[in-house]
Design a binder for this molecule. Structure first.
Ligand code: SAJ
Length: 428
């Protein structure tokens, strides 16, 4: 099925670009489509548009049949079209399906008989059938499940993960009907080393993704609630979670932190919450977990306030360095990062805020860790980048830092306390 088969990948971000390069490595003739002309230019120059070692390596490969364009006309020549555009939420947490709708309308203009359209973007159950299918049919005049095939294969990319990648992660797939299901399974089986699990319907495939990420969100919320409780009880929650994790079954460790960021975990539960609400069901538990996780930036600033009070200082007028803007360690993605909420709260309280993230120059107000620490009254480490974890307590003490809030419990508490620095973790 691979050699020379033409496929189109719509959306060349963290999800679409790894998939496009993997399919090209597996012998497909790939066209990547993206609306960002800058990104198209970078890719045509074999330059990665974002930091990712495996992307860099794949772009350097010589004999890949892959091109990058911004128009959709190549869709008509392809066998398979995969939609990998973002599915964010609006500020009121309702799903923003505009990118998916725009992609579907553009594909429909060039859709022809026999093609397979796959949606990889994370959506709530029913979106593929009730929103994407009509858009494809209206513009093309073709009938889904008969003239063309429609499937959903929720993405499972984990940015920064060196173990699990686009090729070896197991996938689930669902389709409108049997032929489409066989076709989508055959496609993923032709490029993955991971397994391909067939679901009984599109809705089940859509539900798998929102369930797996809601599972992670509620477990993080559990850890965060424990952290706030154990702070009052004088118990180190990280030690307790690690102790519980020695149980070889029925426990999965999640850890507290200064907040839950990224384009998946804090977003996907709202897709399920809003869809269920429209169908008369309130996901109280998922909503509570979202509230607990959204509270963590406030709790982090509370920890800072107490730390400064311990050295007879107030937040107002203090120089506070926020280390880390990306939502998780050692990547440059800042989407939904709790750091932004922390910075906003600090400014509202009158702190003089410095920002440094080695991966995110455009959000940094200083150019180095030393510059961030020099003369800072307090530091909040919001992202556990390797550079921050490697910085010894002595460096902080020598630069007269008085208080450190360890937003990812990634520093060595005793080392900081021995250096005479007020250490506040999240639950420790
Ligand atoms: N976080 C915590 N405590 C934890 C784990 C994460 O506070 O125990 C925070 C992180 O700091 C980050 C946010 O939650 O701000 C999300 O972290 P994440 O590790 O879940 O990273 P993501 O957003 O890249 O999640 C991806 C997801 N993959 C897909 O949606 C395809 C998720 O399903 C994976 O479980 C996750 O990677 C993973 O396991 O690393």
């Amino acid at each position: 099925m691979n050699t020379g088969t033409k496929i189109v990948i719509v959306g060349l971000g963290y999800v679409g670009l790894p998939l496009a390069l993997l399919a090209a490595r597996k012998g497909y003739d790939v066209t990547g489509i993206d609306k960002d002309d800058e990104k198209i230019k970078l890719l045509n120059n074999k330059t990665a548009p974002f930091r990712d070692e495996s992307i860099k390596k794949s772009l350097a490969l010589k004999d890949l049949k892959i091109s990058y364009v911004s128009d959709f006309s190549t869709v008509k020549d392809s066998e398979i079209v995969v939609i990998c555009v973002p599915t964010p939420v609006f500020s009121d947490h309702t799903p923003n399906l505009e990118p998916v709708k725009v992609a579907a309308r553009n594909i429909a203009k060039h859709l022809r008989k026999g093609q397979l359209v796959i949606l990889e973007s994370t959506v709530n159950p029913d979106v593929t059938e009730s929103i994407v299918l009509p858009l494809l049919e209206e513009e093309s005049g073709l009938i889904g499940g008969k003239d063309f095939y429609l499937a959903h294969a929720p993405e499972r990319i984990n940015p920064g993960d060196t173990k699990w990648n686009v090729e070896n992660i197991n996938r689930v797939v669902g389709s409108l009907e049997e032929v489409g299901l066989e076709k989508v399974s055959a496609f993923y089986e032709s490029i993955l080393t991971g397994s391909v699990h067939k679901m009984a319907s599109l809705k089940e495939a859509e539900a798998v993704k929102v369930v797996e990420n809601s599972f992670r969100d509620i477990n993080i919320a559990f850890a965060n609630e424990l952290a706030r409780s154990f702070t009052r009880l004088g118990i180190d929650v990280v030690n307790v979670i690690n102790g519980a994790a020695t149980k070889p079954f029925a426990f999965m460790a999640h850890y507290p932190g200064c907040g839950v960021g990224g384009h998946c975990i804090p977003v996907d539960p709202y897709y399920l919450i809003e869809h269920a609400k429209k169908n008369g069901f309130e996901h109280d538990f998922l909503m509570l977990a979202r509230r607990i996780n959204n509270q963590m930036p406030y709790f982090t600033v509370e920890q800072l306030t107490q730390g400064l009070n311990d050295v007879q200082k107030s937040v107002r007028g203090s120089v506070v360095a926020v280390l880390g803007v990306s939502y998780k360690a050692n990547i440059d993605d800042c989407r939904e990062s709790p750091s932004f909420e922390i910075i906003k709260l600090l400014k509202e309280k009158g702190a003089v805020v410095r920002i440094f993230d080695p991966y995110v120059a455009q959000e940094s107000t200083v150019g180095s860790l030393t510059e961030a620490l020099t003369g800072a009254d307090a530091v909040i480490m919001a992202t556990a980048h390797e550079e921050f974890k490697a910085c010894k307590a002595k460096v902080y003490a020598d630069l007269s830092v008085r208080v450190v809030v360890d937003g990812r419990n990634a520093l060595i508490k005793d080392e900081f306390m021995k250096a005479g620095i007020i250490y506040k973790g999240i639950g420790r």
